[in-house]
Write a new protein. Structure first.
Length: 359
């Protein structure tokens, strides 16, 4: 028996986007724009920061496992606290789902080039990981339904999807759901929910509940708290009770939980972030269309830019980087000819445009 299981030995680790500091060091630049990790360009919710500052006096005490935030969320969404979980980012909860529900012979099913965080977590469990191709950069839910077999245990769907930015509708989901056996758990990852919620074609999963669906959301994106690591999930109480058994007892941290509570109440920051993002999506979509690179319609805080070849994508990524604009190559996702660009401030978009025109 090898010390390291073969599926871990061969696992390609999660590669986050390049950091501002790393690019500054490598290229000696002063002005760097990071449009690579779908973060909030406005910073963090001030109400969240205020709550975090207010909690520094109790950091000698262990936290309560997210109970305060779970109560707030239950009240906001008219649920019972038993239907809510809080964790270290939605990825923290995904990791618990994988630990709690997957047995060795189970299979995971999702789309090709799914969110890289999920890919790495699922593959690290050593189970069979199956995918179906996109259809015009959207989930092909009919093909996914057809690919379910007797070993399928978890189906992962992100809506809006990362990296494409596209959504599926309630009608499409219902048609798919009719083919899903009760023993299969669907992870409905709504990390970008807030950006999509005002689109009438977007289904808010809190308006329809199924016992074998867990909805995941996060404070990392629109609330600007990616560094605090705080996310949450809604599901049937039996699912939540079992997830709580495997969760680290004191996760999330006191500061993360306070940040989440503060952010939930921060309507103004939410509103301003959504406004800036909507402007950014319009701007980037129009700019790239004019440049001859139409992007798929995005309901998130980024656009995905398919280029003609892997070489062209590498050239563009590197060319922008040398000018201080960090964008995300999607090689690690399994799309080497595609890049992803997050929305930034108006000024950052202008720097991107200038850098693009220099290429
Ligand atoms: C689809 C999707 N889910 C989850 C996450 C991670 O969220 P968190 O920071 O809450 O772990 C991301 C982050 O990029 C994402 O794109």
């Amino acid at each position: 028996m090898p010390l390291v299981p073969p599926y871990i030995e061969s696992l390609r680790p999660y590669e986050p986007g390049r950091s501002i500091e790393a690019v500054r060091r490598e290229f000696g630049l002063t002005r760097i724009v990071k449009l690579a990790s779908n973060e909030n360009p406005m910073g963090s919710s001030p109400a969240a920061l205020e709550r975090m500052r207010g909690a520094t006096g109790v950091l000698n005490l262990y936290p309560n496992g997210g109970l305060d935030l779970r109560r707030e969320l239950a009240q906001k969404y008219d649920l019972r606290v038993e239907n809510v979980i809080a964790g270290s980012g939605s990825e923290g909860i995904m990791s618990n789902i994988i630990r709690a529900f997957l047995c060795d012979e189970d299979e995971v099913l999702t789309t090709e080039s799914a969110f890289i965080g999920f890919q790495v977590l699922a593959r690290s469990r050593g189970v069979t990981y199956r995918t179906v191709p996109y259809k015009d950069w959207h989930y092909d839910l009919d093909a996914l339904a057809g690919a379910i077999n007797e070993r399928t245990k978890i189906i992962y769907l992100a809506n809006p999807n990362n990296p494409t930015g596209t959504i599926f509708t309630k009608l499409e989901f219902d048609r798919f759901y009719a083919h899903v056996p009760e023993r299969v758990l669907i992870i409905l990852d709504e990390a970008y929910f807030e950006y999509a919620k005002d689109n009438p074609r977007y289904p808010d999963s809190m308006h329809y509940r199924y016992d074998n669906v867990i909805t995941l959301r996060t404070f990392s994106k629109v609330y600007g708290l990616a560094g605090a690591r705080i996310g949450y999930g809604f599901a049937h109480e039996r699912l939540i009770a079992n997830l709580l058994k495997v969760k680290l007892p004191f996760e999330p941290s006191t500061l993360a939980q306070e940040a989440g509570i503060g952010a939930l109440a921060d309507k103004e920051f939410l509103h301003r972030s959504l406004e800036l993002n909507a402007r950014g999506i319009r701007f980037l979509s129009e700019f790239f269309a004019v440049m001859g690179y139409p992007v798929p319609p995005s309901d998130a805080n980024f656009v995905m830019l398919p280029l003609s070849t892997e070489q062209e994508a590498a050239r563009v990524t590197e060319g922008l980087l040398r000018q201080g604009v960090i964008v995300r190559s999607l090689s690690a996702f399994g799309l080497p000819a595609v890049i992803r660009i997050s929305t930034g401030t108006d000024e950052e978009h202008q720097l991107l445009v200038d850098a693009w025109k220099n290429l």
